[in-house]
Design a protein around this ligand. Structure first.
Ligand code: 5GP
Ligand code: ZN
Length: 113
């Protein structure tokens, strides 16, 4: 499949890997929007949150768990951090392989832009 994040997960395209196991890969965003900006993805190709279904609940939950663990490791869990799933064009999704943004190391506005 011609998918950028599948290729990163398969190490066909290099990325700075922060964590990986059999199901999940986390890597540094190429264009970071905060001092910490990681992408947490499943190895399985899932296009967006619209494809989350009962059989995938545990996997999607693991993305959140890995994000929290990475936030602790990087010392941003106490101050707080932001997790984002952009879904579709209006939200600015540009890569159609589901990814959880972990952003931290600065303050964030609300509502988002
Ligand atoms: P989206 O806009 O789909 O929510 O987020 C896609 C993210 O992927 C963006 O933050 C963008 O900077 C990041 N990204 C796009 N291409 C690459 C790449 O080749 N390598 C890495 N590490 N990140 C990428
Ligand atoms: Zn993919």
């Amino acid at each position: 499949m011609d998918c950028l994040f599948c290729k990163i997960a398969a190490k066909e395209i290099p990325a700075e890997i922060a964590f990986e196991n059999e199901r999940v890969v986390a890597f540094a965003d190429i264009n970071p929007q905060a001092p910490t900006h990681l992408q947490i993805i499943p190895r399985e190709h899932i296009a967006s949150t619209l494809e989350v279904e009962p059989a995938r609940r545990e996997l999607i939950g693991e993305l959140v768990e890995v994000a929290a663990e990475l936030a602790r490791e990087r010392g941003i869990s106490d101050e707080g951090y932001r997790l984002v799933f952009n879904t579709g064009g209006a939200a600015g999704q540009s890569v159609y392989h589901i990814h959880l943004h972990l952003l931290g190391g600065r303050s964030f506005g609300w509502p988002p832009g």
